[in-house]
Design a protein around this ligand. Structure first.
Ligand code: PXP
Length: 244
């Protein structure tokens, strides 16, 4: 079955807007678990703009679901991941000035650095995932350096859908499909995420090689109106419908 990882970063964004202890990301993670999420994703950014070190401590101590720790490939983050040994580590490119993760990681251009960087994480027992675009050279480089997982960036597909550029969106979707097939043929587990909504999730969930979707911002936004549990259950139904 296609797994759903719920990204709780923006629960922390709301909390940090007022400097209160609420809303608590750990409470959101527990609700996500009750609503049928298969995992929790949290991005510890270099500037700590949403998830904090204390959030990671609390999630590692109290969460029953597997934690997917998203982070940049820096020495500081490697130390944190090695201390916690989360179920999965997803490496993402990070720029301070960006609003959200803009592009995929350039694995092909940083092959030696990333191969060395991921080795201790893998030895510590974390599944290493690389957040990349669907370009074949990036996928092949991810396989060469021994990553277990690639997470394909669906942000461009979602943006093109919102902008009504349907021909471009369909071309992007074809790229994601071909990328998923190539990655699976190279022995990589395939995940996908970024920008997904009830409207855009279907064609991505229908790609047979994809084993997991990671979804955050839209679910937290929708929870303002229908509650987090219902938003997650509805997303799950959209995903399951696309698979049947
Ligand atoms: N996957 C990765 C690697 C991400 O960086 C993000 C955003 O933090 C997501 C998935 C989830 O994207 P969104 O919050 O737009 O659903």
């Amino acid at each position: 079955m296609l797994r759903l990882g719920v990204n709780i970063d923006h629960v922390a964004t709301i909390r940090n807007a007022r400097g209160t202890p609420w809303p608590d990301p750990l409470r959101a993670a527990r609700i996500a678990e009750q609503a049928g999420a298969d995992g929790i994703t949290a991005h510890l950014r270099e500037d700590r703009r949403h998830i904090s070190d204390a959030d990671i401590d609390a999630l590692m101590a109290d969460l029953r679901l597997p934690l997917n720790l998203e982070m940049a490939a820096t020495a500081e983050m490697q130390q944190i991941a090695l201390r916690h040994r989360p179920h999965a580590v997803c490496l993402v490119p990070e720029k301070r000035e960006e609003r959200t993760t803009e592009g995929g990681l350039d694995v092909a251009g940083n092959e030696n650095y990333l191969a060395e960087y991921i080795a201790p994480l893998r030895d510590a027992g974390s599944r290493v995932s690389l957040f990349i675009g669907h370009e074949p050279d990036q996928i092949r480089a991810a396989a060469r350096i021994g990553a277990a997982v690639v997470e394909l960036h669906t942000g461009a597909y979602c943006d093109l859908d919102t902008e009504g550029r349907h021909a471009d969106r369909d071309a992007e979707l074809r790229g994601l499909r071909d990328g998923a097939a190539l990655a699976a043929s190279l022995g990589l587990e395939v995940h996908a995420g970024h920008g997904l909504t009830f409207d855009t999730v279907g064609p991505i969930a229908a790609i047979p090689e994809i084993a997991e979707l990671n979804i955050g911002h839209f679910l937290i936004a929708e929870s303002v109106f229908i509650g987090l549990g219902d938003a997650i259950r509805k997303m799950r139904r959209c995903m399951d419908k696309a698979r049947t």
